[in-house]
Ligand binder design. Structure first.
Ligand code: APR
Length: 253
């Protein structure tokens, strides 16, 4: 593992433009549940016998807001009860040393922002849990924690409409601005792309890795289990993000 970490560290050291892609596995080290794999949220069904992807879908939020919010509240409470870990902080330090190190995250927990990653180089492709906004009048409501301790679904103080978080629910479109930024940066190319704690379940997560590899860049994956990316990357560090990221920083001048 040591040699592999040094190889990734050397690639980072020689690179200007770097893209880090993170998923739920990075926040698993903060105690948050992942979605797939062992103990993942999506492996089970809801109390109502629905796949959780159905409960957390845009159409369910319209059809049965109380049911959708029952599971949104579970995610919200988990995120509010934990905090960023040393893996998030190692990424902040890497972005400080590398002014062209970009961060593409699928996580909605807001931990990269809370840990100090610069917002101008952070692409939150699945949005974030806060601030809530009203689907009827658009009013913004920053009080996620308070709403989670009251009857669901949360209602707008101005018009009584149902509030929602600015996350991408299943069946919903990705945020235009985030996708636009991602592809604008991809067009400039990256020398190094590292996938951290993601099952790489979406094309917009796999594509940056494969495009960089095809263009002759260096690619790596940090994940204790194998994924569809594992065979494609130059180095697969088969370990937890928390065990690798701080160690990686120690090998980068
Ligand atoms: N360190 C690194 N990786 C880990 C760790 C850890 N400590 N623990 C688990 N993993 C890995 C798992 O092996 C798995 O491959 O993290 C990955 C988590 O995969 P998912 O649960 O599918 O999470 P993610 O890839 O982020 O899912 C993407 O799916 O439904 C959407 O919105 C949801 O953003 C989420 C997206």
């Amino acid at each position: 593992m040591e040699q592999a970490i040094i190889r990734v560290a050397q690639a980072i050291e020689q690179a200007e433009r770097i893209l880090l892609i993170t998923g739920a596995g990075l926040s698993a080290d903060s105690g948050l549940p992942t979605y797939r794999g062992l103990g993942g949220l999506y492996n089970g069904h809801t109390d109502e016998g629905l796949p959780i992807e159905a409960a957390l879908s845009g159409s369910m939020l319209q059809r049965d807001p109380a049911l959708c919010w029952k599971y949104l509240a579970e995610l919200g409470k988990a995120c509010l009860s934990a905090q960023p870990n040393a893996g998030h902080r190692a990424i902040v330090e890497l972005q400080r040393r590398k002014p062209e190190c970009w961060l593409l995250t699928q996580n909605i927990d807001g931990y990269h922002r809370a840990a100090g990653s610069p917002a101008e180089r952070l692409i939150e492709i699945h949005g974030e849990l806060a601030p809530l906004y009203c689907q009827s009048c658009g009013a913004v409501d920053p009080q996620l924690a308070e709403h989670l301790s009251r009857p669901l679904p949360p209602k707008c103080r101005q018009c009584g409409g149902v509030l929602r978080p600015p996350v991408v629910l299943f069946e919903e479109m990705l945020p235009e601005r985030a996708i636009g930024t991602l592809y604008a940066e991809l067009r400039k190319g990256f020398a190094v792309v590292i996938s951290i704690g993601t099952s790489a379940s979406f094309p917009y997560i796999v594509e940056p890795v494969l495009r960089t590899r095809q263009a002759g860049g260096f690619t790596a994956e940090i994940n204790p289990t194998r994924t569809d990316l594992s065979a494609a990357v130059d180095v697969h560090l088969q370990s937890r993000a928390l065990d690798v990221l701080p160690e990686l920083l120690r090998h980068i001048q």
